[in-house]
Design a protein around this ligand. Structure first.
Ligand SMILES: [Zn+2]
Length: 247
């Protein structure tokens, strides 16, 4: 079994969905499909009714905070029903409108507190705000309940996340990015997970529109650069799946 710990099935076009489900089932992939916002979560819930290898999770992406309701407690039922929380986090790199930074922090803190209250893991975007994400999680004692998604910050903060026992997803640039390959060598084997981040992430890297089976190439890359067998890697990601999703 392959596990894609961070993707966005709602990024596919409607007419592609039958092919996507088929690809997921044929290749025996468990798919954690992260919401960007409420609308995206509802779509993912529908996908999961058709394809039970899809696990929909609720979160508000830092790019989508303008769509957030005033009373964040409105989201409580979604959070309770979601196996883990995501995608959530901070983005001070791609988001150009600095006026969103403060509300981003407020919303992220809310989700971290809820994850703590309901004992759930978080699937976290850290772009350009790695140190602040660390501090917020540390303050709530939630570092051990964190999946750091596609880390690309500095090695100093990476070391802190590693020492705090976080999980990490490695992504579709593992076969081309020297930095991601170096990160793979640093993360302990029992904290490495794999992801594709939806069809458009691979397209962003090398122009190829990614189907769910792209997760197999990510596994191959991790296995190669971590110098472990595919079976060993699958064993550890399955243990992670049990610990994070099935607990
Ligand atoms: Zn994502």
């Amino acid at each position: 079994m392959y596990i894609d710990f961070h993707t966005h099935i709602d990024f596919y076009k409607d007419e592609e969905l039958p092919l996507v489900y088929d690809d997921i089932n044929k290749n025996n992939i468990k798919v954690i499909s992260c919401a960007m916002d409420e609308k995206s979560y509802k779509k993912n819930l529908e996908f999961a009714k058709v394809c039970d290898n899809i696990i929909p999770t609720f979160g508000i992406h830092p790019w989508k905070i303008t769509e957030v309701v005033n009373n964040l407690d409105t989201y409580d039922d979604y959070i309770k029903n979601s196996k883990i929380i995501g995608e959530v986090g901070l983005d001070f790199h791609w988001v150009e409108d600095k006026s969103t930074f403060k509300p981003q922090v407020g919303i992220f803190k809310h989700f971290v507190k809820k994850a703590k209250a309901y004992d759930k893991f978080l699937n976290i975007h850290t772009k350009g705000a790695e140190e602040l994400v660390y501090d917020i999680l540390d303050k709530e004692n939630m570092l051990e309940k964190s999946i750091i998604h596609w880390y690309s910050g500095d090695f100093y903060t990476l070391r802190k996340f590693i020492d705090a026992n976080c999980y990490f997803t490695l992504s579709v640039d593992i076969n081309s990015s020297l930095k991601s390959q170096e990160i793979a060598t640093m993360i302990p084997i029992n904290r490495i997970l794999a992801e594709t981040d939806g069809p458009t992430a691979l397209e962003w890297i090398n122009g190829v529109y990614g189907m769910p089976r792209e997760i197999i190439n990510v596994y191959k890359g991790i296995s190669h650069f971590k110098n472990i067998s595919m079976d060993e890697l699958k064993y550890h990601t399955t243990e992670g799946y049990k610990n994070i999703i099935l607990k």
